[in-house]
Design a protein around this ligand. Sequence first.
Ligand SMILES: [Zn+2]
Length: 157
Amino acid sequence: MSVTEVGKHATVACPFCATLNRVDLTRITDRPKCGHCGRPILLDRPIAVTDATLDGVLTGTDVPVVMDGYADWCGPCKIMAPILDDFARQRQGDVLVVKLDTDRNPATTRRFDIRAIPTLIVFRHGGEVARRAGAIPRQELDALVGPIAPTGPIGRS
Ligand SMILES: [Zn+2]
């Protein structure tokens, strides 16, 4: 094969010890474990990002990243949460879903100018490509992320 295989990795913080781990998304059925504490890294649900870990996650992830900027006291966020849970489970390996607690991570909240919550931001290769403020239905979330295009221009529907 002359075609260069495009990397398909995600970098996520271990939910137990916060160590950043690079995970091969083509092998998630092998149940990846944290290289530091050995506990499982579960990519079938949104994974927390913080001011400290977001840049590592964005630069180390080849697939689109959906970031949910939320707060615990926010009603619409509670409507959005199960939609994002389903989305993360059904598209695991193709999309990485992360969640940002805006109350605890003011630097990232300011940096991305998140003024309403929830705010959903889609990143590809570290750059913001789409965002939406407020809770949205699943179809809109799918449309926001778009079709999976590992190379070439992003299709718009
Ligand atoms: Zn760990």
